[in-house]
Design a protein around this ligand. Sequence first.
Ligand code: SF4
Length: 298
Amino acid sequence: MPREIEVKSVLNKTKKRDSWFLDDYTLNLYSSCAFNCLYCYIRGSKYGTNLEESLSVKTNAIEILDRQLYNRAKKNQYGIIVLSSATDPYLQIEDKYLLTRDALKVIAKHRFPVHIITKSDLIERDFDLLHQIDKTALLPTDLTSRLDGGTIVSFSFSTLDNDVAKIFEKGAPTPSKRLTALNKTLDEGFLAGVSLMPLLPFISDTTEHLDLLFSTFEQCNVDYVLPATITLFGNGKADSKVLMLNAIKKHFPELESRYVSYFKDGSGMPDFYKKAFSKKINELCKMHNLNNSIGKSR
Ligand code: SF4
């Protein structure tokens, strides 16, 4: 069972809007994340090796959010709220707690735009509220030429292979379910795309898998793709670098020496890899006619 906690603040104003995710605010209604991705940047000693065991529910979040948005709206500080930056807004327990649904009602009331980032098909439950936000939210003036409405939805994938996902994101809905939910989201007419963060070196960034990813998303007619290389941190047993290297050793022993050498001293892939990755992604985006930044393509 998750812990129930009370918080003093729940809406976080970002220092600067990220050019990829367009976040003016972030909102995390749960602390930690039951999807348990091994590569997750929130990993570390704070949450332990099983993120689900440290999951907390911010039970007073809606009341606090209402007050914080009221104050921001009064000062005309409208901006995009990203749900979520350090958990998933549609964890299994959202079915019971309804925090995301209740937060969307409050967000709609104050007319703020949202960017939902998720690995779950549970988002379909909230299409009604997302339509309301899409139609009535007040966009920051510098984004009005780039966005038509107040709702953006990104589904996260590190692979399309359900078996591979089971190793690296074992608590999350399968990529197949996400793909179905992505198609439904696009059918609803929302601005929607995919965050490929991270692609797994030599597993889902192979030419073959990249071709599969890009042709699949072209067929879906997504509005954008946001691909990125992997970053892994720490040498403690709950850290992403250690957990990923253990999983590679167990499930992809032929890749172990490459992973060990790339992550021996640092947290990111070497420069030559990043350059080749970025060149390949640009070529694939052109070839499949896909944007690699958020904006209307249709
Ligand atoms: S879904 Fe996102 S926040 Fe949750 S564990 Fe995975 S990467 Fe981390």
